[in-house]
Design a protein around this ligand. Structure first.
Ligand code: S3P
Length: 669
């Protein structure tokens, strides 16, 4: 299947599955940091800068578009980009707001640039970028004379026309290349020397590239200085492959049982290669060859082989140079023996998501023993770990989503789906294609909403209404068990007769048809049996035969067959815990036994059946006990289910609650 990464919607769910062996040679797309900077520095230079290997991801295209809006002519023939530089003072006011999308790098670097222009401009971003901290750049830029308006230090950021930008010696409290770059970029427009001192060395592309473009740059340990008002000269830039994208494949190869492949031409800049050192320290077999210089950047081919990994304490010195790769390193940690510990990485909380919480929540759901710390995480993995079937949420953070996808691919038998993948194209539009090239297939998973609970909670009606509201298919799994019960009664099969029940389940001729008034007509052996299925005797028998494991297994695939596009609402007792464990939304309805007895009594009375509430209550309590205490698929809410007590709710209120949850989870047709 081909995945159009640009069209991934919020409610799309994905799953990867791989072949028994992974072999090959390939490369990953261009480096994101260098691509952003190639557009900005190319624009400020005199002459035409050519860029090969530019990363055509949404983030970098946002920067390219913004430079165009600022009056820079940028040609793109699909292989090479030509940036017609306008010189240091040649940018023009844009007619509209400048949209950085999801890109923190675009917003922070361009803040430095726009803070120093003699015209006003506004930077905006998407939902995630609009809550990320911008004071880290606003503060130093304002002390250089910039006037920036923002609410609570978040986007939108309004840059007033600058009149006098002055040089600054800035001691940054955080190791951040974005902060360093913003200050240095503004410093280009100030007389004298602007410098930034960092607590640890962050990626050095700004200083390296500015030097290449002809600025006077000095690097002295953790201090970087640039002399203002330079004349920048156009360059020919060859963007090497992004180590941050290569990292997903490194981890995939290391934790795969039989992988041996080469990722070519990867940028191994010393301020970016922390992930290689960390994975090697964990016992990862990553071999560098053909190390060479390519247009000022060090590149190499990386041979990655399956490895037995072990947990480590991550050395603090390596954190800045691996800052973007921790989500996937956490996946490697889950497959390592012993304890993996990361501290001192508070910055991870301020990325496209809170990467510590998002990754720990997802890994926990997959059954990994881990916990989050204020500035890192502890993960106690196992080499041959078996993950839980579940749906994990990448929360729209491209790197978390891709990391969970790597985890989902490990075992052909897993049913792990990943939601929140819609921003993968911000950094890695070719992710699925490259995975496919390596024999790792992507499946688009049809979403399921499971609604489980005992009888009398309003499950059936709620499910039918939810399915109708969403235009999704409906599975009434209880009806399957009731039909089995009816068959057993008809054929005189005893509830204890496991063999007969299994073979009846394998052969059962059952059909569901949606009638004109949207009811479901159920046919057993060609005969419509809706009314018979609703009798107390049938319900009683269904509860008695339900624990039979062989019969349940035989019915499992049948129920799975209902998972058809655009989506499925599955009504039952073990839909969320057994059959659709990877469902993105699980609901468990409860109600007091008294209330359920009352509801059932009313239903039966309407049908002219006269029974005493007291007897119904006794039956319900006995059945609850049997259902919730049975060994196989007991009636319990899935760990990740939303439990709704319907005792005091009308069916409309329950429907609204479920539809609100569906909306929150992005589940709409
Ligand atoms: C980047 C710097 C890093 C990194 C981001 C790209 C850059 O952010 O996380 O993906 O290109 O300068 P910080 O500088 O905030 O650590």
């Amino acid at each position: 299947m081909t995945i159009d990464v640009k069209k991934i919607a919020r409610n799309d769910l994905f799953q990867l599955s791989h072949q028994p062996t992974l072999r090959g040679r390939f490369t990953v797309p261009g480096d994101k940091s260098i691509s952003h900077r190639s557009m900005i520095f190319g624009a400020l230079a005199e002459g035409v800068t050519t860029v090969k290997g530019f990363l055509r991801s949404e983030d970098c295209l946002a920067t390219m578009n913004i430079m165009r809006q600022l009056g820079v002519v940028i040609e793109d023939d699909g292989t090479e980009i030509k940036v017609h530089g306008v010189g240091l003072h040649g940018l023009k006011a844009a007619a509209n707001d400048l949209d950085c999308g999801n890109a923190g790098t675009a917003m922070r670097l361009l803040s430095g640039l726009l803070a120093a222009q003699d015209f006003e401009s506004t930077l905006v971003g998407d939902e995630s970028l609009s809550v990320r901290p911008m004071n880290r750049v606003i503060k130093p830029l304002c002390s250089m004379g910039a006037v920036i308006e923002s609410e609570d230090g978040t986007a939108p950021l309004v840059f007033k026309a600058a009149s006098n930008i002055t040089a600054l010696d800035y001691v940054s409290p955080i190791a951040s290349a974005q902060v360093k770059s913003a200050v240095l970029l503004a410093g280009l427009f100030a007389e004298g020397v602007t410098s930034v001192v960092e607590p640890k060395k962050s990626r050095d592309h700004t200083e390296t590239m500015l030097k290449g473009f002809g600025a006077e740059v000095e690097v002295d340990g953790l201090k970087v200085s640039v002399k203002g008002l330079p004349t920048l000269k156009a360059q020919d830039i060859q963007v090497p492959a992004d180590i941050s994208s290569a990292a997903f494949f490194m981890v995939l190869g290391l934790i795969h049982p039989d992988a041996d492949f080469v990722i070519e031409n990867v940028c191994i800049n010393k301020t970016r290669d922390g992930v290689i050192h960390i994975l090697q320290a964990m016992g990862g077999d990553i071999e560098l060859s053909n190390v060479r210089d390519q247009a000022g950047e060090s590149v190499a081919d990386l041979r990655v082989k399956s490895s037995k990994l072990k947990g480590i304490d991550v050395p603090h010195d390596l954190i800045p140079s691996a800052i973007d790769e921790f989500p996937v390193v956490f996946v490697a940690a889950a497959h390592s023996e012993g304890e993996f510990k990361l501290t001192g990485a508070e910055e991870l909380k301020h990325k496209e998501s809170d990467r510590i919480e998002v990754m720990v929540a997802g890994l926990k759901k997959l059954g990994v023993d881990c916990e989050s710390l204020a500035d890192g995480a502890v993960i106690r993995g196992q080499h041959d770990i078996t993950l839980n079937n579940a749906c994990v949420d990448g929360h729209g953070d491209h790197r978390c989503a891709m990391s969970f996808l790597v985890a989902s691919s490990l075992n052909a038998g897993y049913d792990i789906s990943v939601k929140g993948c819609h921003n993968i194209a911000t950094s890695f539009p070719d992710f699925f294609d490259l995975m496919k090239g390596l024999s790792v297939d992507t499946q688009l998973v049809v979403p399921v909403i499971t609604i489980d609970g005992p009888s009398g909670v309003g499950k059936g009606t709620t499910c039918a209404l939810v399915a109708e509201a969403l235009g999704w298919h409906l599975l009434d799994s209880g009806a399957i068990y009731r039909a089995m019960a009816l068959k057993a009664i008809g054929e005189g099969i005893k509830p204890e007769d496991e063999v007969a029940l299994q073979s009846a389940a394998e052969q059962i001729d059952l059909r569901f048809e949606v009638t004109e008034n949207l009811d479901i007509a159920i046919y057993l052996d060609g005969k419509q049996v809706n009314d018979e299925l609703r009798t107390e005797a049938c319900g009683e028998m269904a509860s008695k035969i339900a624990p039979n494991p062989a019969m349940r297994t035989a019915l499992f695939d049948r129920q799975k067959d209902f998972q058809q596009a655009p989506g499925l609402v599955a009504d039952g007792r073990d839909m969320g815990t057994v059959v659709f464990q990877a469902a993105p939304l699980k609901v468990f309805l409860t109600a007091s036994a008294e209330e359920r007895a009352k509801r059932r009594h009313k239903q039966l009375q309407q049908k002219g059946v006269d029974v005493r509430i007291r007897d119904l209550l006794k039956d319900i309590e006995a059945r609850d006990l049997r259902d919730s205490s049975r060994k196989v698929a007991p009636l319990v809410p899935a760990e990740d289910a939303h439990v709704i007590d319907t005792s005091d709710l009308s069916i409309e209120e329950v429907l609204e609650l479920v539809l609100t949850l569906a909306k929150k989870y992005g589940l709409q047709s």
